[in-house]
Write a protein that binds this ligand. Structure first.
Ligand code: SIN
Length: 293
């Protein structure tokens, strides 16, 4: 489908993801380019905008078309000059990590900041260095996950709410099993105070009006007003269901990719496995969101 003079949007899988070519985000994208990108995001949930070469200020400017930026509460790997940009990298400079590795950034399926009262609307990763092998990022469509649940299950969860927390130490499903590159003392890292939040398990997307499953094993640990003997098996069932291959797209990074996903209706996972001496460096920005309903 051609949506602007040169911009082309091509679906990547039947369920989720589209590739966008023919647009340069480093200048000032036109209003119609931004509108077409916004439409593609709502339709495809994850968009892969190819062949970009963005400086941090250019990535920040592009991100701001969707709202204000949110920073990670752990400040270690924020860009030294542009703290709205988080650096993800397995590069080591003078014995020190140049960025957060995948051990930080998502070895458990999640959507961003769901432990916060206002989870992130969406996030962007821009590829500055890519490895030959490994380091993929997978995404799953949470509209599909909700819509394909049996009707009795949908009725059951429609009014339930889940507790989301940041602290991995309190979440048996989110222990760091691959610690390579995790340079912090885990206690210090997770002692940074962060609010816990309770969110509906089924969220209505504020722009499309569609219902999406809104739990993830990285942050959701319990169900409000439900004993754990009942809640934990229910959460396990939802977590197993939501990552079914037919809902997912696995992104293999190319240099210059700018991947933008909607956290309100997707979950994602750092797949790991970067093969040495491969280096992956990504710049990440994230957009503030609303209180889920
Ligand atoms: C993330 O979870 O936000 C980053 C994914 C990745 O490192 O591949």
């Amino acid at each position: 489908m051609t949506v602007a003079t040169a911009m082309k949007v091509t679906p990547l899988t039947p369920a989720i993801g589209a590739e966008i070519t023919g647009v340069d985000l480093s200048g000032t994208p036109t209003g119609s380019d931004i509108a077409a990108i916004h439409r593609a995001l709502l339709d495809h949930l994850v968009i892969v905008i190819r062949d970009q070469k963005l400086t941090p200020p250019e990535q920040i400017a592009f991100t701001k078309h969707w709202g204000s930026l949110v920073r990670r509460i752990a400040t270690d790997f924020l860009h030294p000059e542009y703290p709205d940009v988080l650096v993800l990298s397995n590069r080591v400079v003078d014995g020190k990590p140049a960025g957060a590795t995948e051990a930080y950034a998502g070895f458990t399926w999640h959507a961003d900041l769901t432990y916060a009262e206002r989870p992130s609307l969406g996030s962007m990763l821009h590829a500055l260095e890519v490895p030959e092998e490994g380091g993929d990022t997978a995404f799953a469509n949470m509209y599909r996950a909700y819509e394909t649940l049996p009707e009795a299950m949908r009725r059951k969860i429609d009014t339930l709410r889940a507790l989301h927390i940041r602290d991995r130490r309190k979440n048996p499903r989110a222990q760091i099993t691959k610690k390579e590159g995790f340079v912090h003392d885990i206690d210090k890292y997770f002692d940074i105070p962060a609010p816990d939040s309770v969110h509906p398990i089924v969220r209505t997307h504020p722009e499309t009006g569609r219902k999406a499953l809104f739990v993830n094993p990285r942050f959701a640990v319990a169900i409000e007003n439900m004993p754990d003997e009942e809640a934990q098996p229910l959460l396990d069932e939802l977590f197993e269901h939501q990552k079914r291959p037919e809902f997912t797209y696995r992104h293999k990074w190319r240099l210059g990719d700018l991947v933008f996903w909607d956290n309100r209706c997707t979950i994602h996972l750092a797949c790991g496995g970067i093969k040495p001496p491969g280096i992956r460096t990504l710049h990440r920005t994230s957009i503030a969101g609303d209180v889920p309903f």
